[in-house]
Every structure is written in C-alpha cells, then in structure tokens.
Design a protein. Structure first.
Length: 421
C-alpha cells in the first residue's frame, strides 16, 4: 500500500480539482445545485456531489479568501444537509463558514441571521458570539449614519448564482472570453459569413496533394483562420498520444521578472515535445504541415502535444514574442500556428479569440491554421487566444509553431514597409 501511496491524490491535488470546478462554474455560469446534481449543459451525469464535497469546495475557496465561491458552496452544502442527506459534516461548521463569508460579501443582515442560527445550535460557540456582537455593532453604526432605527430584514431569497456580484478582480477580456466559451460570441454578420467558403486545396499542385487534395474550410475572414479536415487519422492521433503520455508534465510559463519556468493558474494542462527521431509518424505530420501551409518547417519548433483534463485551460496569450531576441533565436519570431485537434470534447474546450469574437470548436482529426504576424513582421495582436476550460471529457491537441526564417520566398514582405496584409 505504501508503494502506491505516492500515486494517490494529495491535498494540493484536491485543491486544484476544487479550483477547476469553480473555474467551470464561472465560465459556463453553472448553478451550484445543478452542478452538484450532475446537470451540465447538454449532459446529465449520474455522479453527484455530497455534503462533504460541497463543504470542501467552500472551505477551499474560504482559505483562499474567495468568499464569493465560499458562499455558493457552503450554501449548497447546507441545503443538502437540510434535505436530510447523510453526512458527518456538522451544521454548525457550515454556518460558521457561511455566515462569515456572507459578511465579507457585504450582506450584514443575512450574516447576522446565519450567525444567530449558529448560536442557537451551539450557544457556547465563542467565535459565533463574538462575530454576532461585531456584526450587530456594524449594522447599528450603519443605521445611525443613515438615520434609521430598525434593522432591515434579511432577504428571504435563497442564496444562489447571481445573489452576489462576482468580484471584479479580472482582466477586462474575461467577460468576452467566458461568453465565447459558452457559445455566446459576437459572431459575424450574414454578409461576411457568405464570403466564407470550403474548398479542395492542393497548394499549387503539390505532388503529395494532387491525388488527394485536403478539405479546407474558412473559419474566419480577418484575420484569416482556416480549418483542414482529415489531417490526422485515428491511428496517427493514437500513436502521437502514446508517444507523448510518458513525457507529459505540467505546462509551464516563463516568469517575466526572473526568466524562470514556473507553473501558473492561467495555464492548466500537461504537455510534451516530440521530434522526428521519436517515430516516423512525427516526420509524416511535419511534412503534412509543410504541404498544407506552404511554409518551411525545418526552422519550426518541435511538435508540442498537450492534454487538458476537466477544468484544464489556457489563459489569453499571443503566440508571437513581443520583442523577439534575434541574437538569441536566429529563426526569428513565431510566424504562424498550426493546431491539430486530436480528440472530440463532450463539452467545453473551444479555442477563442476575444479581440474579434471567434470561437473554434474541437473536432478530432481536423486542424486550424493562422498567421501570428503581418507580412511586415509586426505582431497581429488580434490573434490573442485562449483555450476554454474542458467541461466534460478530455482534450488532446498538438501544435506546430512555424518561425520566420526560411519563409522569405514563401511568404514575402509586401511592397511597402507598412504592408500589413
């Protein structure tokens, strides 16, 4: 047993899982009760959360001073306990966390009402008695400043999603990003959509594409994003996964201050890098990417494979470097991105572009391609994108970052220095 203990989830794993569920709750606007009962968008799961599960979720949020989520999950824990669900969690413990979290959300009348319920259950609870006196003193002071005498009654509406405002401690793009993840994007008008086409592409009569042209679909017009169909076979995707699994490690980002690679909450996935010497399938995939894009891949980065579990996501990012150090990287900046989808995802997991409102949904065997740079070499910041959290299932992707060197005659600069086409 002790040999296998190292593979058991530890406290950090449980904390990460709880945060992932809260991320899903926020992104997809899931009510705690529906979430607890396994009622997800388009899917009904038989797996349900217990009182203990909800309590632990609330406690994790509380310990991070995330009182917004603490309220939602402590309230759900209390609701299930009041419905006589069997549990070892004490009602007083739930009320203790819930009352203080509600106070932190600025709802003094409800905090007082919950604390009174706690004192009624456990009159000797020292913290509850002190909190009650403190809350009542604060409310009395507020009423005095407003020239009111009577306590306002606490709201009789149950605490649920929307009762309290989610804290504004986020980037301005968050709301757009989350709406796109839910499929509520801006989209494009009918005129622009009518100009999107699908076609057979042989890339200027490439010998490897003449007998079997690739199916190409326009996903977006400006910046142009295309999707290629039937890029990877089932056997190829499974082989790539097989090669990557032993090497998968938590994805890291480079700390802008120290330059050291570190994990980050805005990038939750596992990744591995594969090279042509690992297996013939990698060489075939690289050649296929060159054939489809018409770009040189000898100067591209290795094939990166990434796996996103439930709640796995990537925050908003630009694939190109802001100020590429050409003295350190003679291959130049990341000119383009080729992204293979190696699995279907039951729910969630879209690739979204908040700056222009596009959402690209995973379809196994397909790939999407876009340029990160204008022809002038300037970064196209419209291509900032993010990977939405996986709600149900597992998401596998592989990507190839194609660099500038070697593309001088394949994607030449325009006629003027400011050509950004």
């Amino acid at each position: 047993m002790s040999i296998h203990r190292q593979f058991f989830p530890d406290e950090e794993d449980e904390k990460g899982a709880a945060k992932a569920l809260m991320r899903l709750q926020d992104t997809y606007q899931l009510d705690s009760e529906a979430f607890s009962k396994g009622k997800l968008p388009g899917i009904h799961s038989n797996v349900m959360l217990t009182v203990e599960d909800c309590f632990d979720m609330g406690k994790t949020a509380y310990n991070d001073a995330d009182y917004y989520h603490s309220v939602l999950w402590m309230q759900q824990s209390l609701k299930q306990l009041d419905a006589e669900e069997e549990t070892e969690v004490a009602k007083g413990d739930i009320l203790d966390y819930l009352s203080y979290s509600v106070y932190q959300m600025g709802d003094l009348p409800r905090a007082i009402e919950l604390t009174r319920r706690l004192v009624a259950i456990d009159p000797s609870h020292q913290r509850a008695g002190g909190n009650l006196r403190y809350f009542e003193g604060l409310l009395t002071k507020q009423l005095s400043e407003l020239n009111q005498e009577d306590y306002p009654p606490p709201s009789e509406e149950p605490i649920q999603l929307g009762t309290y405002t989610r804290p504004k401690d986020h980037l301005p793009e968050r709301d757009v990003y989350e709406a796109l993840c839910r499929g509520e994007g801006l989209g494009m008008n009918d005129v622009r959509r009518s100009r999107l086409y699908c076609r057979y592409q042989d890339r200027n009569r490439n010998p490897r594409l003449l007998l079997k042209p690739i199916k190409e679909e326009d996903e977006w017009d400006s910046p142009r994003i295309v999707r290629y169909l039937d890029v990877l076979s089932h056997e190829e995707t499974e082989r790539i996964k097989q090669l990557a699994k032993p090497r998968l490690a938590r994805a890291t980002v480079r700390d802008p201050k120290t330059g050291v690679l570190t994990t980050a909450n805005y990038r939750v996935s596992k990744s591995a890098w594969l090279e042509e010497e690992d297996d013939p399938v990698i060489a075939r995939v690289n050649q296929r990417i060159e054939d489809l894009t018409g770009l040189e891949v000898d100067t591209a980065e290795l094939l990166q494979v990434a796996n996103y579990g439930v709640g796995g996501h990537d925050g908003l990012m630009s694939n190109h470097l802001l100020q590429p150090p050409f003295d350190k990287n003679p291959d130049g900046n990341r000119l383009a991105t080729f992204l293979n989808y190696m699995s279907d995802v039951e729910a969630g997991g879209a690739t979204v572009f908040p700056d222009f409102g596009a959402a690209i949904w995973p379809r196994k065997g397909t790939a999407v391609f876009w340029y990160n740079l204008f022809k002038s070499g300037e970064g196209d910041y419209r291509t900032r994108h993010a990977a939405c959290p996986v709600l149900v299932g597992s998401k596998w992707v592989s990507n190839k970052w194609i660099h500038e060197r070697g593309q001088e005659f394949r994607r030449p600069c325009g006629l003027t220095e400011v050509d950004r086409s």
